[in-house]
Write a protein that binds this ligand. Structure first.
Ligand code: SAH
Length: 502
């Protein structure tokens, strides 16, 4: 198992400085024991113009088996296909770059992965021209494999990828390709990023059983993936395979990455809004100020729907800065309110605005604010009479809407769900809103009345709810009201079935 990393130098920076970054001196070959064999680091070339470091892992296949870790796939075409006693010893583990090489890379270049370089800190922070080669990389052909998957994993990260299938035997082209590809990555980036990406993606390509998965692996993956994994288009495949299909870990990683990403986007958005207050006011408040602000009318309509449903325990999903939570607490009938939002910043503002820290114990026992992502099922959301999604669905990427619908209507299943969202048709009535614009920079879409109703009816049908619609704000004869509201009521017939499902 073998991989090389090369860089080129400049007049100010000799290529051999790579040795500082890797914390391994270019003039000597060094060996390090790892849990799967001996790792060797050496430099086939270490000049001012070009420098290449090689990592070679000499796997101890017998040791692997003795430690109960040898059940890789049978690699040689003559070996029995991965099963049987012989395959424990005769397999591709010693030869193909794989999870074992990733472990070695992770250990031997740990400081480099963490971007630490006391002697040349500026070098660790700099993007360097890099070429990584892995001559033999297991990547089974097929839908989720082969050279094509290699590209899908590395190209979105900005690497130029050269990946070729390796024939089973060049002398017999008819035999076709092996399960291995060669890989060459070229790109300009921090060495630490390159190493972290290899550390995560080599085992993903390998997709055989990995040996080191433990619960704190989720924390580790989030650390190692910082800055590149959360937005990777193959995130789901990567986490699934990285955790060897241990779904709970993969899910937990996805959820936390999504939380981090949403919170980041949200912080950016709030900052943008902070920086652009005058325009924002012109856009949203001025049009909403007369005669009663739309936000006030919206809260009144939601409270009315909840009153009609007889709800006393309510969860406000995407509660934002807590204005509805505050209004709910003013209703003596409401005994319990849970506010949920993905943005810790919004929740902090909500806590301050509601004076949570100064509340009497009795009041404080009625309200809780928690952080959560609505596109994941969450046991904390079950058992409420009613849930509110006030101006939230339009902040969710359309492909994630079914997940939100499932989490709310399929899993939490409150008796009543109240949803409000802008009516796009009304936008022509906002004088300050340029034609074709949405009302808020973070709106992923705005529905017209027909689109909202179609979505609502489909969700209601799928999850055993009835749905009724109401306008909020002046109901314009031509374009309808500015805000549309739907009240979903769980159908009683669903209850026995629900009980049976438990
Ligand atoms: N309900 C409030 C806030 C609406 S703004 C009101 O009516 O005024 C939309 C809110 O939804 C934001 O606070 C945002 O952080 C939150 N949000 C968006 N996507 C979310 C998600 N996937 N999970 C949880 N909250 C989300």
């Amino acid at each position: 198992m073998f991989l090389t990393i090369s860089t080129t130098g400049t007049p100010e920076r000799p290529a051999s400085d790579l040795g500082f970054l890797l914390h391994k001196h270019p003039d000597k070959a060094q060996s390090f024991p790892t849990s799967h064999g001996l790792a060797h680091v050496f430099y086939p070339e270490a000049g001012a113009e070009r420098c290449t470091a090689a990592l070679l892992l000499e796997v101890d296949p017998v040791g692997l088996v003795r430690r109960g870790r040898g059940k890789g796939r049978g690699g040689s075409p003559t070996a029995t296909s991965g099963s049987g006693a012989l395959a424990q010893y005769v397999n591709d583990r010693p030869y193909a770059a794989s999870s074992l090489l990733a472990v070695a890379l992770g250990t031997v270049f740990k400081s480099a992965r963490q971007g630490r370089c006391d002697q040349r800190p500026e070098l660790a922070a700099a993007a360097l021209p890099l070429t990584v080669t892995v001559p033999v990389l297991p990547a089974k052909a097929g839908k989720d494999g082969g050279a094509e998957l290699v590209r899908r994993l590395f190209e979105p990260l900005g690497w130029q990828v050269r990946s070729e299938p390796i024939p089973l035997d060049p002398a017999f082209p008819d035999w076709g390709d092996s399960h291995y590809v060669s890989l060459e990555l070229t790109g300009t980036r921090r060495l630490a990023d390159a190493l972290n990406q290899l550390y995560v993606l080599l085992p993903v390509l390998d997709d055989s059983k990995h040996y080191w998965v433990s619960p704190d692996e989720v924390d580790k993956l989030l650390r190692v993936g910082e800055g590149w994994l959360g937005t990777h288009p193959e995130l789901s495949l990567i986490t699934r395979r990285y955790f060897s299909r241990r779904w709970s870990l993969a899910r937990s990683a996805m959820e936390r990455l999504e939380l981090a990403r949403l919170a980041e986007a949200d912080d950016r958005e709030l900052e943008e809004i902070d920086n652009a207050v005058p325009e924002q006011e012109a856009d949203e408040q001025a049009v909403e100020e007369k005669p009663t602000p739309l936000a006030v009318q919206r809260r009144a309509a939601i409270l009315e729907a909840l009153r009609a449903a007889g709800a006393t325990r309510v969860v406000d999903l995407g509660c934002g800065e807590g204005s509805l939570v505050g209004a709910l607490l003013k209703e003596p009938r409401i005994t319990e309110v849970l506010g949920v939002d993905v943005s810790s910043r919004a929740l902090g503002i909500a806590a301050r605005r509601l004076h949570l820290d100064r509340m009497s114990e009795r009041q404080a026992s009625r309200v809780r604010l928690v952080q959560g992502a609505l596109t994941y099922t969450d046991a904390r959301l079950t058992g409420y009479d009613a849930a509110v999604l006030s101006e939230v669905v339009e902040h969710v990427d359309p492909p994630r809407l079914p997940a939100l619908a499932y989490a709310v209507f399929g899993a939490a299943r409150p008796g009543t769900v109240v949803v409000t969202t802008p009516n796009a048709e009304y936008n022509v009535r906002w004088e300050s809103l340029p034609a074709g614009h949405v009302r808020h920079p973070d709106h992923r879409f705005e529905w017209d009345r027909a689109q909202f109703r179609a979505w609502a009816r489909q969700v209601a049908d799928s999850y055993g709810y009835g749905v009724a619609f109401a306008p909020v704000g002046p109901d314009d004869p031509e374009v309808g009201p500015p805000t549309q509201l739907a009240t979903f009521t769980r159908t009683p017939a669903d209850r026995p079935q629900e009980a049976a499902n438990r």
